[in-house]
Write a protein that binds this ligand. Structure first.
Ligand code: SF4
Length: 115
């Protein structure tokens, strides 16, 4: 582990249910004061959220990644949903005709919006 902020973010991202701040510093191998500074930086960036939590009567915090609403423009070309959602094929992005067709459709939709 090199960058403690990146490492902390990875740990938090790996647990959708959240990570207790009182356990994060042990995982990172830093002391609780340093962990507090790392958590503050992540909170300041908006990448994580923090909520109060009591464990064994002791107050701590549960840390979770910030959930952002999905931008529909990232998965829709007009009415057409990106084919990768639900795809179970062995993925080869460079040679995927379904993805190419979808991107072509996206280019058409974007061109129509400009005209
Ligand atoms: S790029 Fe093609 S093969 Fe890969 S996940 Fe998307 S649709 Fe499926």
């Amino acid at each position: 582990m090199n960058n403690p902020i990146e490492d902390a973010l990875k740990v938090i991202q790996s647990k959708p249910e959240g990570v207790l701040q009182s356990e994060l510093w042990k995982v990172l191998g830093v002391d609780s004061r340093k962990c507090s500074r790392i958590v503050k930086k992540l909170l300041d960036t908006g990448l994580i959220e923090r909520a109060e939590f009591k464990k064994d009567g002791i107050k701590t915090y549960v840390l979770t990644v910030t959930k952002r609403p999905l931008d529909p423009s990232l998965i829709l070309a007009g009415e057409e949903l990106i084919p990768c959602i639900g795809c179970e094929d062995e993925c080869n992005v460079i040679e995927c005709h379904r993805l190419m067709d979808w991107m072509y459709q996206l280019a058409i939709v974007e061109a129509e919006e400009i005209i």
